[in-house]
Write a protein that binds this ligand. Structure first.
Ligand code: CO
Length: 147
């Protein structure tokens, strides 16, 4: 099978929604309070995701969320990001209907993946990260929401 033929056998990833924009913060409580006082918004979920080394708050904005991420320690991915870059935009997340088919397609495209297989993120969603060097210097998270 040629590369072209293989490529045609997989359908492209359909991005259903901009699920969230994630911002790395030093102090989650004060970031939530700042969003509350500046913009009048409240988190809908707050949870500790040990696997990613973060405590996160999800603030609904329209059909998407702002995700505030505080690292659980300096030797976590977000902790290292903060010490290198300071607070700021960390990743954007797109909703997809099937994370397996999205990953199959991206592998076929030769995309540089952080997660070759899906894992479980906040809200019990199945997620996978695509490396920022893969596309335009942006860390991308794919999210398959359940129920
Ligand atoms: Co995220």
């Amino acid at each position: 099978m040629t590369a072209d033929c293989q490529r045609n056998s997989l359908s492209p990833v359909k991005l259903l929604n901009l699920d969230h924009v994630a911002i790395a913060v030093e102090d989650l409580d004060s970031a939530i309070e700042d969003y509350r006082s500046r913009y009048g918004v409240e988190p809908l979920y707050r949870e500790r995701v040990e696997d990613q080394g973060v405590e996160e708050a999800m603030i609904p904005v329209g059909g998407s969320f702002v995700q505030l991420l505080e690292p659980l320690g300096p030797e976590t991915p977000v902790g290292r990001f903060l010490s290198k870059n300071g607070e700021g935009l960390h990743h954007i997340a797109y909703a997809v209907s099937s994370i397996e088919s999205a990953l199959d397609h991206l592998k076929n495209e030769g995309a540089r993946l952080i997660d070759a297989e899906p894992r479980v993120g906040g809200r019990g969603a199945r997620i996978a990260f695509v490396h920022p060097r893969d596309l335009n210097g942006t860390l991308i998270e794919l999210v398959e929401l359940t129920g």
